[in-house]
Design a protein around this ligand. Structure first.
Ligand code: PSZ
Length: 489
């Protein structure tokens, strides 16, 4: 029976050596998945998909959700199916559905007014805005001095790219902030020197967004890019590792070195071409492209190479950020010499945006600007989320639950040879399947058993639960995963 999630929270303690992580099961969260329709989408969803398709492209819709009934780690659809959701709206619901502390935010009249009276933040911010930015976003800054909020991951990257270019040109001009008449007139007709020939280096398999600028740095699937003009910018190889990592240390190290050599070559080539690399853009774990990891040493060296060539170093934490890797930011696992120059976020962070150092602060107003520049109500949600992370020691829980899931997956890969290459950090995990067709089948069959996962790249099944996933959820997930794999045998 559906119960209101607001009043009771059942506290569970996870015994974890000396440190305890408290975790919550929301009242009303189902104890297991329940699939009641013979097909997914069920009849009601199918009808709604038909309805929707008469007004918009809707072939990506999996089912229609009932967000009244969805709770905690379970999403319920309009046909009454309840799924254990370890995909969480493409890695973006930090505390699952209808978390009471999140609902509470807009029970407060002042917060409700911040939601309703949506400002053009760049010009008419709320009185609380400076202090909230400090208390909330700056409290988890990855060592960077400033932050700008934005609407989504793509526009965070889009604007961060512009900062990289502006900073590169500032350095080229010898820190002068005045522009020449020629620059000012040529930029108006998309010509150099005002619109300079500069490039950004990105990686094969990367995903940074679908907007016109970011799409030139996205290389995960052709369907994302086809028919759209793109910048001719350098695309470097991303390391491809052999698993298990501890059995392939030498080969994987050679793979890093091979990629790093090619990256230097690309810097040189594009310098020679007259389109120098102004910035390097990279995900800490390539997500859409297939959950590809690279070593801390690779990232350390890449940052050094970027510095050597005067290029800004941008880490895209849109998918990895917000705690699922067991640290607030995945790149904290890399022990870099210094923070990246720019770091973008969105998804679990609820607001989009980017942190940057002072060198990347725009020199004049209106160079990075749009109407909303984010949304104060999203910062209020982020504030509530971070309080729960702290109160319940959720990063610790992510590590414990992630370890359990990872070792369970390792057992599965021993039992079922069609899966391999278990990898990832925290609960941000993935496993490969021999072929794309089999992968898709497994993801589909898991859904029929009431577990939502996602595909990434050609071969990976990815797990992207919220930070509230607990050990008993992992038991259910692994049980259904085993059943699906057994049925394939
Ligand atoms: O198909 C899509 O458009 C998807 S599926 C998952 C994403 C996009 N992820 C978005 C994303 C990302 O994973 C990384 C690493 N960087 C940027 C983005 C873009 O964020 P949004 O979608 O908020 O614009």
């Amino acid at each position: 029976m559906w119960m209101k999630p607001v009043s009771t929270i059942v506290q569970h303690a996870l015994k974890t050596g000396s440190v305890r992580a408290t975790s919550t099961i929301l009242a009303g969260e189902p104890t297991e998945p329940k699939v009641v329709t013979s097909e997914i989408p069920g009849p009601k969803s199918k009808q709604l998909i038909g309805d929707l398709d008469s007004v918009t492209q809707s072939s990506s819709v999996q089912f229609f959700a009932d967000y009244e009934k969805s709770i905690g780690n379970y999403i319920t659809d309009v046909d009454g199916n309840s799924y254990l959701d370890v995909f969480m709206q493409i890695s973006s619901m930090p505390l699952g559905y209808n978390h009471p502390d999140m609902l509470e935010v807009f029970r407060n009249e002042e917060n409700l007014k911040a939601l309703v009276n949506r400002p053009a933040l760049g010009s008419f911010p709320n009185e609380f805005w400076p202090q909230k930015l400090k208390d909330v976003l700056m409290s988890i800054s990855p060592g960077l001095d400033n932050v700008m909020t934005m609407m989504c991951g793509s526009c965070s990257n889009e604007n961060a790219y512009k900062c990289l270019f502006m900073t590169y040109r500032k350095h080229q001009r010898g820190e002068k902030i005045e522009f020449s008449d020629e620059e000012l007139s040529s930029c108006m007709i998309n010509k150099p020197p005002g619109a300079p020939n500069l490039s950004l280096l990105s990686f094969k398999g990367a995903f940074h967004g679908r907007t016109m600028g970011t799409l030139s740095t996205t290389h995960s699937k052709a369907i994302h890019k086809i028919d759209i003009p793109a910048f001719d910018w350098p695309i470097a190889p991303f390391p491809k590792y052999k698993y298990p990592l501890e059995e392939h240390i030498r080969e994987n190290k050679q793979e890093d070195e091979k990629c790093l050599v090619r990256i230097e070559e690309l810097f040189e080539e594009f310098n020679k071409k007259g389109s120098p690399v102004a910035g390097v853009i990279i995900e800490p774990i390539q997500s859409e492209g297939g959950d590809n990891e690279a070593s801390p040493e690779f990232f350390q060296q890449l940052q050094r190479t970027s510095k050597k060539y005067g290029a800004g170093f941008l880490i895209d934490e849109v998918q990895t950020g917000g705690g699922a890797t067991g640290k607030m930011w995945c790149h904290e696992h890399f022990n870099l010499d210094s923070p990246p120059d720019v770091m973008t976020f969105s998804k679990k962070m609820l607001t989009g945006g980017f942190y940057h150092n002072l060198d990347h602060k725009p020199s004049q107003s209106y160079r990075i600007y749009n109407t909303w520049m984010g949304d104060p109500s999203k910062l209020l949600l982020l504030e509530a989320f971070l309080k729960v992370v702290k109160k319940q020691n959720l990063l610790h829980q992510v590590n414990i639950v992630g370890d359990k899931l990872k070792s369970g997956l390792h057992e599965c890969e021993k039992e079922f040879p069609i899966i391999n290459s278990v990898r990832g950090r925290g609960t941000f995990l993935a496993v490969n399947v021999e072929t794309t067709a089999l992968r898709d089948k497994i993801v589909g069959n898991l859904k029929k058993k009431g577990v939502l996962t996602g595909g990434s790249g050609d071969q990976a099944i990815r797990f992207r639960p919220s930070l509230t996933l607990q050990e008993h959820h992992v038991d259910i997930l692994l049980d259904r995963f085993r059943k699906v794999l057994k049925e394939l045998k």
